[in-house]
Design a protein around this ligand. Sequence first.
Ligand code: F6P
Length: 330
Amino acid sequence: MNKKIALITSGGDAPGMNAAIRAVTLQAEKHHYQVLGFIGGYNGLIDNHFIDLNCHRVDDIIRKGGTILKSARCKEMLNPSGPNQVVDTLNVNNIDALIVIGGDGSFKGCQAISAIWQGNIIGIPGTIDNDINGTDQTIGFWTAVETALDSIDKIRDTANAFERIFIVEVMGRNCGFLAVESAIGSGAEHIVCKEIIEDEVQFIDHLLVNINKAIKNHRTDSYIIVMAENSLSFSAHELSKKIERYTGVDSKAAILGYIQRGGSPVASDRVLATQLGVAAVDAVKENKTDIMVGMLNNSLNEIALSATSYSNTYNQAIIRRLNKLNFNLG
Ligand code: F6P
């Protein structure tokens, strides 16, 4: 049977989303399915705004950052009217399946639609935060780490030249993975993320003592602390002032911000996006629904959309990884 698929990218854009759009489109063509790409995430589904996707439209997009379908965080999906309007659009266009490339918030939208629509709904994890259960990595994560490393390496040059302390704040929303991998990969001296803070006051005391020790022992010319956004009750700039007061050493904060969301996807994101795009269409073919496709231990994995929210398992994974690799991380 020929099927009609609606496809969106939703939430924070992530490098590799275009690669996933391409894979969905090409795999759908292979099965003689039609793909409508709705523009601007759920907003496109509410407004019935779409383009037909085919091999020509997705030609040469695998290497491009951003998303050709555009993205948004759609507030209307939080009210019952949003999902109802989406279902109207799906029905008007005779859609059989909805594939959503996005993160946690986007998958909540899928669940709201699933409660009132009979078609197949498949999620593909796309976010730089890597805060989704059921997949080792989300599409865009490794590119964001790579971008952070490029910036931290540059900050290291100036930090060494001035013998300064730097706090580099990375994104991640409420998840420390981006900070952990960026800290390990850049050889940072310390990491700050929610998952390893039990008591903020004690944590900061320990941090200050560690920095002082490192400075006294001349272990390094500079000291870099990679900090996940939202991990403390105060800002990276305030932390740098505290450190400067305590150590007497020049301390600066650098917030990397949105540069981590852009850029051409690295190889692992392109490959992951391609594998998951193909798997999502195959799941539609097999009449599966309410699942997200991911990769766990190098194997394709399917998990209920209702079980994809960031959980404690990730805290433990981060701590285990840190304990194994902490040559110098505090
Ligand atoms: O989810 C991706 C992300 O970049 C987070 O790391 C960050 O906290 C958030 O999006 C920023 O969202 P917005 O672009 O809506 O401000």
